[in-house]
Write a protein that binds this ligand. Structure first.
Ligand SMILES: *Cc1c(COP(=O)(O)O)cnc(C)c1O
Length: 344
């Protein structure tokens, strides 16, 4: 079987550019972006900053880089970062907070990756006591990947912003799937732009671009971020070919995200009826996480799916994750449901 024939629900990063996206990439005017001379990169940066009502933006190769640059912008070595125990910045960025920023991490136990303003307040170290690392930054992830793609409540985020203001903490958003959260909750990009000091948004997840993430912040933040991107080896040259894919995605792939959410809900409803499924996490966006019954083997389940042309993955013992994206068609959803039902 060719790669393209598999139904691939391992991640929303597996999408390939559509023919129309590739055409937009081919037509892009480009220049040397390290000199700030790539028109297409500049347009993407302006468009995203305007969309979120923020001053400036920086195009980077990955969301890991935009997050890591943001953490470094807000901290000094020996400072402390507050995030949830499920956070991508903590679990899945190779220990980058330690490597890049030499900061320690206070992990909170939230509800599927979502903590409260009270939890933040209780975990801020007193600066008057020199024993403690200085708490400097709170990072939020929306949607929460390990939380089954769940969304934050805007009211709680506003309360967290108040705590940050009172305690002089910066607030960063890992918005790898922020557009999914916006689609699911009807919130606006401006409402998020107002709340956060920096925001990272991925173009290579549900939006379907082959690579690229954007970091948003003040002109001062983004000026410093430009230098940090260079230090981390992320200064790309004719990056406009990639930025063009991002612009195309903003124009054509944002409004279709509810389709992915509907497919995820359809699949979750099917799973709830199956005897070998113990629990299905609530589905709010494009991710379905479910726990297999203790008698069912995760490896056997994944092998069964692969035999039926489905690539899926586990994120823990008995925990399976399916992620929907623009390369899973209606027809493939039907096949995926059939393959899942056929197990056991
Ligand atoms: C994918 C992802 C990122 C960034 O990942 P890259 O592969 O480095 O682009 C960051 N945060 C979350 C929550 C993600 O899912």
């Amino acid at each position: 079987m060719k790669t393209a024939d598999f139904i691939d629900v391992r991640s929303d990063t597996v999408t390939r550019p559509t023919a129309a996206m590739l055409e937009a990439m081919m037509r892009a005017p480009v220049g040397d972006d390290v000199f700030g001379e790539d028109e297409t990169v500049n347009e993407l940066q302006r468009r995203t900053a305007d969309l979120f009502g923020m001053q400036a933006a920086l195009f980077c190769p990955t969301g890991t880089m935009t997050n890591q640059i943001a953490i470094k912008l807000h901290t000094q070595p020996g400072d402390e970062v507050i995030c949830d125990q499920l956070a991508h910045v903590y679990l899945y960025e190779g220990g980058g907070i330690a490597v890049n920023s030499q900061a320690s991490v206070r992990v909170l136990q939230g509800d599927q990756g979502r903590f409260t303003a009270a939890q933040v307040r209780d975990n801020v170290n007193r600066r008057s006591d020199s024993h403690f690392p200085w708490t400097r930054l709170v990072t939020i992830e929306n949607t929460v990947n390990r939380g089954g793609g769940c969304c934050w409540d805007l009211g709680e985020l506003r309360r967290i912003r108040k705590v940050c203001d009172a305690e002089r903490l910066a607030l960063h958003l890992d918005g790898a799937r922020l557009f999914n959260a916006l689609a699911a909750t009807q919130a606006t990009p401006q409402q998020y732009g107002e709340l956060f000091d920096t925001v990272s948004v991925c173009l290579s997840k549900g939006l379907g671009a082959p690579a690229g993430s954007v970091l948003l912040g003040t002109r001062e933040h983004i000026g410093r971020a430009h230098r940090l991107r260079k230090v981390m080896g992320g200064g790309m040259r004719q990056a406009g070919y990639l930025a063009a894919a991002g612009l195309y995605a903003l124009d054509h792939h944002v409004e279709r995200l509810p389709e992915d959410h509907r497919k995820a809900r359809t699949l979750a409803t099917e799973l709830e009826r199956l005897p070998f499924v113990a629990t299905v996490f609530p589905v709010q966006t494009n991710i379905v996480i479910f726990r297999l019954d203790a008698r069912a083997s995760g490896d056997a389940f994944l092998a069964h799916l692969l035999d039926h042309g489905v690539k899926a993955s586990s994120i823990g013992p008995q925990l399976i994750r399916f992620v929907f994206h623009l390369d899973v068609s209606e027809d493939q959803l039907g096949k995926l449901v059939a393959a899942t039902r056929g197990f056991g």
